[in-house]
Write a protein that binds this ligand. Sequence first.
Ligand SMILES: [Mg+2]
Length: 315
Amino acid sequence: MLARCYAERWPLRTAFVISRGARTEAEVVVVEVKWGGIVGIGECTPYARYGESPDSVMHQLEPLLSELAAGLDKAQLQSRLQAGAARNALDCALVDWERKYKGDGFAGPDSLPTVQTLVIESPEAMADAASVAVSQGVEVLKLKLDDQLVSERVAAVRAAAPATELVIDANEAWRSDGLIERCEKLAEMGVAMLEQPLPASDDEFLEAFPHPLPICADESCHTRADLPRLKGRYEMVNIKLDKAGGITEARALADQAVAEGFGLMLGCMLCTSRAIRAAWPLGPRARYLDLDGPTWLAKDAEPPLRFGAGRVYWS
Ligand SMILES: [Mg+2]
């Protein structure tokens, strides 16, 4: 099997602002594997929060790509690379190759629901973005928030979208001080779920109070190995292929998380449609799907998925 990897930059149509900072492009690494005239493609998004960059990921991948020629397979890959973006791209390329080799179309339904993300802006601008999304048929809005103007932003969006399900992602920006009161207020405002309010290192505090709304681990949950630490602290886990290190571990994580009573969210990084297609088989299992990464791109990879009315369509 021949393989190569390369980095790509995809400019965004508008800045993507979350508590951790603003981004104006998606930087991805692509792996292509080729054998028997069939090419399998996998994509990952290296994430600085987890110590990754396109260079570090390519550096991790290069020795593995030459081992493919010597017969390295998907099962061996799981122990040769740690969970993360590099293993994700290679695992997904191998799975994509296998799917095409067997002649399978794709695994899963022809469309999936997805939340629409609202990035951090003024309360008025977030309300405007919410109105636009609701008029387009979006049924679940995910608000990115930092530690400022929390109730103002939620109230503005709630007023603009009174019948829409709201979930919040704080990306570790909140502190334990005041968290209990804030959760109670959000539950009163009808917020359906809160993603990763505290830094992963402060998870223990989440044991200290009954949760008035479900709390979902994102930065705190990468693989099955994290689940024991999350019990009694989170009700849900956000599964992302880039964190799990591929669809192989992501499937196993989904199985174990459900068996242990966690609800599932399926998420993505800023990515092209290639990454969403790779995660597709997990879609029907998730309570919340956050697959709108490609909608932030000025231009998507070919063939793009189609997004509309709160759903994403395979073709
Ligand atoms: Mg998140």
